[in-house]
Design a protein around this ligand. Structure first.
Ligand SMILES: CC(C)(COP(=O)(O)OP(=O)(O)OC[C@H]1O[C@@H](n2cnc3c(N)ncnc32)[C@H](O)[C@@H]1OP(=O)(O)O)[C@@H](O)C(=O)NCCC(=O)NCCS
Length: 140
């Protein structure tokens, strides 16, 4: 099994290095939009295959740096799932905001067990989704 390293900066990453994500999204962001959202995030963790330098997973965090942080997106490429990468991404993301009171994530019920295994508590919430903007805001 190939080794995975974790990076907290984009470094030389370009849009073309971000292929294969947003699996199943009807109107997915383009790699350029994916790069933009990572650039604008407060924290990111990238999972990188050591041998190829391919990006195989990512998580991003938005935070006011006072009380609240939010994890909008986490994804591991399908062929790399089930080997602890997602768990490590979340563990490292939580570490990046370890002094923040609230760290929230919104997810489908079938993924709640994943977060619970990482110390999260189930919660209820509400959200707005503007599907006409699913691929990214107009200036992206
Ligand atoms: C959710 C996701 C990030 C997990 O990544 P992963 O690298 O496969 O997860 P791990 O291998 O670290 O799994 C950690 C644990 O969570 C469990 N788990 C993983 N995905 C799960 C899921 N979808 N539902 C429930 N449990 C899950 C694993 O079985 C494992 O449990 P174990 O330690 O008892 O074996 C990955 O499945 C993914 O990218 N899914 C598509 C995008 C997505 O759903 N993102 C979450 C949106 S909120």
């Amino acid at each position: 099994m190939t080794a995975i390293e974790y990076h907290f900066e984009l470094g030389e990453v370009q849009a073309g290095d971000l292929r294969g994500f947003f699996e199943g999204w009807p109107n997915p962001p383009q790699p350029e939009t994916h790069l933009a959202l990572l650039q604008r995030s407060d924290e990111i963790v990238l999972a990188v295959e050591s041998s190829t330098k391919r990006i195989v997973g990512f998580v991003n965090v938005l935070s006011d740096r006072v009380l609240t942080a939010y994890i909008p997106l986490i994804e591991v490429l399908p062929e790399f799932r089930g080997r602890g990468i997602g768990a490590e991404l979340i563990r490292l993301a939580l570490e990046r905001v370890s002094d923040i009171y609230m760290v929230d994530v919104t997810c489908d019920p079938d993924v709640q067990a994943f977060y619970e295994s990482l110390g999260f508590t189930k919660s209820t919430g509400a959200c707005v989704r503007r599907y006409e903007h699913q691929s990214g805001a107009p200036d992206c």
